[in-house]
Design a protein around this ligand. Structure first.
Ligand code: NAI
Length: 286
């Protein structure tokens, strides 16, 4: 199946990155978010980055204007019957994603593939909230989308092999490196990453070292490009908490219990880079 048009639902950090990537690959893209302010922010972030790339000579003025024209922003679920693929990238909350998949199933054309960018939630369960379980799949991009090569492709229990191959090919066509995994809490990426981030927050809570020192140890000692607390800030502390909760729930094992300090930061509205403050301070439009 050939994918030519895409709808991205959720215009946050990930949705805006995925939409920009799809538009730059010649796709016609509908970007939908329930908050108009998020749509405006996504448009600003995408246009500013392309403008900087043009100034640096990485892309031409024609490319920039062509890509911009491929993007259409809306706060309503409309015109979904015109797209070949929907990529859902809303908040990492099970109930909200389930309700959205039910709605998407109603509005989308029969041939449309419904993909989720979820970090940890069950694709099989999301699929069960639709009448097209064979066409529901995980398409898990990494942050920031324009820089990270991996797309973790998650095959749910009912996902059709042809749908898997369509998404694998699409990810390659978009310049990414897909790796197919089976459905399980956190898949591979977050099952391995999140316990390390959580442990870093526990170490901070216990006063073993400062945030800077914890990050320095992992950068200088383990050759990680960024420390775990800076990475948690980049992902979003709310998103980290939701992922850890779904790992904790999914495996029922205490080793995934979210650190109370992480919960406290989220309760205080310190969500990391996107809100201007997490373990570190940021300028919000960074
Ligand atoms: P974000 O908080 O930046 O954006 C979420 C967006 O979804 C917001 O703009 C919000 O207004 C919108 N939204 C919420 N409910 C909605 C609904 N029912 N309909 C339409 N829009 C709705 O979150 P982020 O970081 O972009 O994460 C989105 C998804 O991507 C999550 O599932 C997350 O686990 C996943 N993800 C996140 C990564 C990260 O590093 N932040 C990496 C890979 C995946």
């Amino acid at each position: 199946m050939k994918i030519q048009s895409v709808a991205v639902i959720g215009a946050g950090q990930m949705g805006s990155g995925i939409a920009a990537l799809a538009a730059s690959q010649g796709m016609s893209v509908i970007v939908m978010d329930q908050q108009i302010s998020q749509l405006e922010k996504a448009k600003r972030v995408i246009e500013d980055r392309w403008k900087r790339n043009e100034e640096k000579g990485y892309i031409t003025a024609e490319e920039r204007s062509h890509w911009s024209a491929q993007l259409q922003y809306t706060h309503q679920l409309e015109q979904l019957d015109r797209v070949d693929l929907v990529i859902e990238a809303i908040i990492e909350q099970r109930k909200q994603k389930q309700a959205l998949f039910q709605t998407l199933d109603r509005f989308a054309a029969d041939h449309t593939i419904l993909a989720s960018n979820t970090s940890s939630l069950s694709i099989t369960e999301l699929a069960a909230h639709t009448s097209r379980a064979t066409k529901v799949i995980g398409m898990h991009f990494m942050n920031p989308v324009h820089r990270m090569p991996l797309v973790e492709v998650v095959q749910g229990l009912e996902t059709n092999e042809e749908v898997v191959q369509t998404i694998v090919k699409l990810a390659r066509d978009w310049g990414k490196e897909p790796v197919v995994v089976q459905d399980a809490p956190g898949f591979i990426s977050n099952r391995l990453l999140m316990p390390m981030l959580n442990e870093a927050v526990f170490a901070l809570q216990e006063g073993i070292a400062s945030a800077e020192e914890i990050d320095q140890i992992m950068r200088l000692g383990m050759n990680h490009p960024m420390g775990p607390l800076a990475l948690a800030d980049l992902i979003g502390l709310d998103t980290c908490l939701y992922i850890m909760e779904s790992l904790y729930q999914g495996f029922g094992d205490d080793k995934y219990r979210p650190c109370p300090l992480l919960r406290k930061y989220v309760q205080a509205g310190r969500l990391g880079k996107k809100s201007g403050r997490g373990f570190y301070l940021y300028s919000v439009e960074e």
